[in-house]
Design a protein around this ligand. Structure first.
Ligand code: ADP
Ligand code: ADP
Ligand code: ZN
Length: 223
């Protein structure tokens, strides 16, 4: 049974953390446009150079670029997709709808991760990730067991993102409210929206998402 879901929420809501769990537990494929854009910028391509500055300022990259990235990946099937950080605009949402239709796929649910702004500042300023395996950590809520060493792969390449500072976060939040939050109404109207309490601890959030998944199948098939 394939499942295709979107994780929707402001920066720091926990999308990446939950996406990684779903990859592990359900064999879904994580499509994170943020990760794809970071890979592009570190590969030094023309596109990478263009997006780096935009990302560091905390603004959104153009729809054209991210839709192109997603289009390339959709052929890679598996048990389904987790769209993490995409779509972020109404134009992206329309484009995704079209791409799914073309490939005969169904969107099962849009998990809206609700977190208040104050918590987001703490989430973002405490975040670091493993440069080798991508595991996501936090200074207070999820530190590595041994300081400076990744629990999962043993790498000591732990990194903080250039845009994870309070200044860029302000821009990122504004971008979210102006351009991305209208997607909540958009997917509500399509009967796909599933709100979860993103302030709960990580395992409770996973439980809430798990509870949404089988239900979403019923919505999708109309039974
Ligand atoms: P977060 O995990 O904090 O929500 P992401 O890693 O998803 O952040 O995204 C980091 C940056 O990459 C964004 O601030 C934006 O500049 C760019 N980006 C990622 N996804 C998109 C998208 N779907 N549309 C436009 N820009 C995007
Ligand atoms: P997003 O992908 O939405 O930007 P992340 O998954 O990267 O968010 O999470 C942001 C930060 O918050 C990370 O440092 C992560 O370890 C931490 N975090 C994620 N989920 C929770 C949670 N439920 N409770 C506490 N901290 C969390
Ligand atoms: Zn690691």
């Amino acid at each position: 049974m394939t499942i295709n879901i979107i994780l929707l929420g402001p920066p720091g809501a926990g999308k990446g953390t939950q996406a990684r769990k779903l990859v592990e537990d359900r064999g879904l494929v994580q499509l994170s446009t943020g990760d794809m854009l970071r890979a592009a910028r570190s590969s030094g391509t023309e596109m990478g150079k263009r997006v780096a500055e935009v990302m560091d300022r905390g603004q959104l990259v153009t729809d054209e670029i991210v839709i192109g990235l997603i289009r390339e990946k959709l052929s890679e099937g598996g048990n389904g997709f987790i769209f993490d950080g995409f779509p972020r605009t109404l134009a992206q949402a329309d484009a995704l709808g079209q791409l799914l239709e073309e490939t005969g796929m169904v969107l099962d649910a849009v998990v809206e991760m609700q977190v208040d702004d104050e918590a987001l500042v703490r989430r973002i300023t405490g975040r670091y990730t493993c440069g080798n395996c991508g595991e996501v950590y936090h200074d207070d809520t999820k530190p590595t067991k041994v300081a400076g060493v990744c629990d999962v792969c043993g790498s000591t390449d732990l990194r903080r993102r250039a845009d994870d500072n309070e200044h860029s976060l302000k821009t990122r939040l504004l971008e979210y409210y102006k351009k991305t939050s209208p997607l909540i109404g958009y997917y509500y109207a399509k009967g796909k929206l599933a709100p979860v309490d993103g302030l709960a601890d990580m395992d409770r959030v996973s439980d809430q998402i798990a509870a949404v998944l089988p239900l979403s199948r019923e919505i999708a098939t109309g039974t």
